[in-house]
Design a protein around this ligand. Structure first.
Ligand code: GLN
Length: 232
């Protein structure tokens, strides 16, 4: 599929980066996950067919602005900076950044302990922005190593090539379970909320998305999906 959402009014195009389980991930040749379920409900509300564009995370904002995609559902943190480029829906998920280290590492327990260390992040994410922009009062910084996928960072951590990884909590839990010798650090860290993004000024679509998000909170659908994807 080549993005043709604009010409085809029966189709609504979601842009995402499916390397972020359980929000979006590739299983077989299908993109599945919590964000996909919510997006299907948005498409249903609009009476349209959902198409999913698989893109680099860093290209999503530009694609929404240019109209290549209709909306972004990608575990995307609503930040002030991004809100200059797109309009965000009401929040639909509370998240935080977590630190992942080698199982036998007891010296990294908080953000300050990352100073001077080699820390892996997913390129262009809020974790990347935090680590790349980190500077202590004394001028200490973090040696950031950027990866296309969070899982690639954890793979390098598991073979000792880097000292830590900073990722969003839920994907971190899923990814850590797939690698030997790594663990999550239970440190209070940056808290954030995820929201769906549309092209600036697309109030009509944004209203529909907000309606769906509010409705599923009220009618139990959100809780059912939450239980299914986050196992609570
Ligand atoms: N929540 C993070 C961000 O918005 C990571 C999202 C992602 O990797 N899909 O930057």
């Amino acid at each position: 599929f080549v993005g043709c959402g604009k010409q085809d009014s029966n189709v609504i195009v979601m842009g995402t980066n499916p390397t972020f389980p359980p929000f979006e991930d590739i299983q077989g040749d299908e993109i599945v996950g919590f964000d996909v379920e919510i997006s299907k409900l948005v498409a249903e509300k609009l009476g349209k067919e959902l198409k999913i564009e698989d893109m680099e995370f860093g290209q999503l904002l530009g694609a929404a602005s240019s109209g290549k995609i209709d909306f972004i559902a990608a575990g995307m943190t609503a930040t002030e900076d991004r809100a200059k480029q797109v309009d965000f829906s009401v929040p639909y998920f509370e998240s935080k950044q977590v630190i992942i280290v080698a199982e036998d590492n007891d010296s990294i327990t908080q953000a300050e302990d990352l100073e001077g260390k080699k820390v892996g992040v997913q390129l262009g994410t809020t974790g990347d922005l935090f680590v790349s922009g980190y500077e202590s009062d004394a001028g200490a910084t973090i040696d950031v190593v950027q990866f296309d996928k969070g899982a690639m960072a954890v793979a390098d951590l598991s073979i000792g090539k880097i000292d830590a990884v900073v990722l969003d909590e839920e994907p971190a839990k899923k990814i850590v379970a797939n690698y030997k010798g790594v663990k999550l650090v239970e440190a209070p860290f940056i808290e954030e909320v995820y929201a769906i993004a549309v092209k600036k000024g697309n109030a009509e679509l944004l209203n529909t998305i907000n309606e769906v998000l509010n409705e599923i909170q009220e009618n139990g659908t959100y809780d059912a999906l939450y239980a299914e994807y986050f196992g609570v």
